[in-house]
Design a protein around this ligand. Sequence first.
Ligand SMILES: C[S@@+](CC[C@H](N)C(=O)[O-])C[C@H]1O[C@@H](n2cnc3c(N)ncnc32)[C@H](O)[C@@H]1O
Length: 189
Amino acid sequence: MNLWNLKAHIYSLRTSWVFSWILEAEKKNLIKLVSKVGKVKGIILDIGSGTGHTIDILPECRDIICLDKSLVMLNKLNRKRGIHTILHADALNLPLKNASFFFVSSLGVSEYLSDHTLYFQEISRVLKKGGYFLTTISPSNIWNMLRRSWGNPVHTTTTTVIDKITKQVQLSKIDELHSLMQYQYLFKK
Ligand SMILES: C[S@@+](CC[C@H](N)C(=O)[O-])C[C@H]1O[C@@H](n2cnc3c(N)ncnc32)[C@H](O)[C@@H]1O
């Protein structure tokens, strides 16, 4: 049973109340990082799209492949934004050719994956040389410990671990920003 198929039905609640303030701070940082790319070219791959939050960060981009492991999330997204391509797949086993994309995003996803090395390896594999990767991690801090104690299976990590993994898979860090529960990163291959 995919937990995200159940969560999909209450996912919009996260934009309410205090959460909207947290999400807005995260979005602001992501927009700042995207502005460092210049023009985002070609078809974009968004991994773990959920109901399409990332698309709001890239409003001018029309060609986005929205990939997610949850069919319910993808159905909700499809109804909202019929213009994008939907792909039901696993972030840790991307059914995509090497060096296919100039821009890959994956926001609010890494903390649900048990293998961060495989995650970055797969993304580096599908990125073109000179391509960009916009992503987020959940740092090991009090807020994410609280999330875990509420029953969220959050795989936190540290900047040291991420720096080590990304170096191994030939991704260079362009910039890194921090908000309360999340660190946002822009990498270049
Ligand atoms: C917190 S939501 C983030 C959604 C969206 N990116 C956003 O920023 O609003 C996490 C998403 O990752 C997806 N996901 C979790 N594990 C995945 C995996 N192994 N492969 C692909 N998607 C996955 C879930 O189904 C869910 O839609």
